[in-house]
Design a protein around this ligand. Structure first.
Ligand code: NZQ
Ligand code: ZN
Length: 391
């Protein structure tokens, strides 16, 4: 097991009705002025907006609001949020929604208290010194942003989507009520299932580092997500299934599933170029296309690891005479599960043609400035090869 440091201080309030206490929770921390930030309106449709407003009013928390965070959230709205926070002396950003509203809220929290263009953080040109605290109420199990150190923003002018990781991004608290996800569409539910699995599997199919307990945690997250995913798609109001997905999502990306190992999330990096250039593509759907292709490309560099994944996660039989068969069976099981839950597995299904591949690969290497680490080094050529396997 490699050396590691683990600190995940987000306070989680899990379960039914927890959102009704958001005002008291904020008051408990001593904050008096909040930016209520959300997406395109689903929180109003499901009655959550009214509950949050009532709770804030009951606790005498003053708030200003900014809706409109779109899926694959953009820098323009982040800048608007920053202006509001500065003008209104906001003390905490309360992001209510899926990963997009939360990421947008995190970026606003960074920009509000650092006097520079917030894109510099995402472009890795500057490190922020501080951030406003962020609280979240999650409505979609997927990204793990509710406990993660990441925020992912698209610069709509450059058509570049970039993540920025920092402990400053870790939410102060997150409210997780599985009932708030009952209304998530089957497609978005499936995207979420893929994303949770990928945060875990990308760390699991790792470069190096023996960490048996981390493996077992990852396998539990993967297996319970597969099982609960099927159940939630069959019955969207299955509380236990929704609860499993929600908690699995929060554990999948808070660092726990990668402890003690070296890992780098290659498929995630490639996917960000897809949903960065094509804003209509949901992150999970892009991953469902890229990850099987990456597996087909990479398995031969670590067959034992892929066999372990196949056997322990998908119950494939170990072919001791020819382990490669087992590794391939695990890849096929992954791809067929994605198809079963209604996910695309080719770029064509996302209406993306071969013409865009070169540009995506160039962007992914920052126009030749970076090479992605892994079993091998991924430069432009390797990324193009993987994207070709997605056709
Ligand atoms: O915008 P609203 O109206 O809220 O509708 C959303 C949106 O249309 C809808 N939705 C959310 N909760 C709902 C609901 N509809 C009905 N009932 C509910 N309860 O679902 C749609 C998708 O929402 P979005 O927030 O975009 O989805 P997701 O949570 O998958 O977030 C995706 C974004 O997060 C980034 C992705 O790249 C993408 O930009 N990621 C963030 C990470 C992080 N911060 O740690 C890690 C991930 O790997 C990922 O990159
Ligand atoms: Zn993801």
């Amino acid at each position: 097991m490699n050396n590691f440091e683990f600190y995940c201080p987000t306070r989680v309030f899990f379960g039914r009705d927890q959102q009704k206490h958001v005002g008291e929770i904020i008051k408990g921390y001593g904050f008096k002025k909040v930016l209520l930030h959300y997406g395109g309106g689903s929180i109003k449709k499901i009655g959550l907006y009214d509950e949050v407003v009532k709770s804030l009013n009951d606790a005498e928390i003053d708030f200003v609001e900014l809706g409109g965070a779109q899926p694959n959230p953009i820098l323009g709205l982040v800048k608007k949020g920053i202006e509001i926070c500065r003008k209104e002396n906001v003390e905490l950003v309360l992001a209510v929604g899926g990963g997009s509203a939360i990421d947008s809220g995190k970026a606003i929290a960074l920009g509000a208290v650092n006097d520079c263009d917030p894109w510099l953080f995402f472009a890795k040109k500057k490190e922020p010194e501080r951030a406003l605290p962020v609280g979240t109420i999650l409505t979609l199990s997927a990204t793990g942003s509710e406990t993660s150190t990441s925020t992912v923003i698209t610069n709509e002018e450059l058509k570049l989507k970039r993540g920025f990781n920092s402990e400053l991004n870790r939410p102060l608290f997150s409210i997780l009520n599985p009932e708030l996800t009952f209304t998530v569409s089957p497609y978005q539910t499936a995207c979420g299932i893929v994303d949770i699995m990928m945060h875990t599997a990308e760390r699991y199919l790792t470069l190096k580092g023996e960490a048996e307990v981390t493996d077992r945690i990852a396998e539990a997250v993967l297996k319970s997500t597969i099982q609960a995913g099927r159940a939630a798609l069959k019955n969207p109001e299955d509380y236990e299934a929704r609860a499993t997905l929600m908690w699995a999502g929060s554990l999948s990306h808070n660092g726990l599933t990668g402890l003690g190992r070296d890992y780098f999330m290659v498929s995630h990096q490639i996917e960000h170029e897809i949903s960065g250039m094509f804003e209509e593509v949901a992150h999970g759907a892009g991953l469902a296309v890229v990850f099987p292709a990456w597996m087909k490309y990479a398995y031969k560099y670590n067959i034992p690891r892929f066999c372990q994944y196949a056997v322990r996660v998908w119950n494939c039989e170990m072919d001791y005479a020819n382990p490669e068969n087992t590794a391939i069976a695990g890849i096929e099981a992954t791809e067929s599960f994605f198809k079963e839950i209604g996910m695309p597995t080719t770029l064509g299904e996302l209406n993306i043609t071969e013409d865009s591949i070169e540009e995506m690969a160039e962007k992914c290497t920052n126009y030749g400035e970076r090479i992605l680490p892994g079993y091998i080094e991924y430069g432009k050529k390797e990324i193009i090869d993987i994207l070709r396997l997605c056709l």
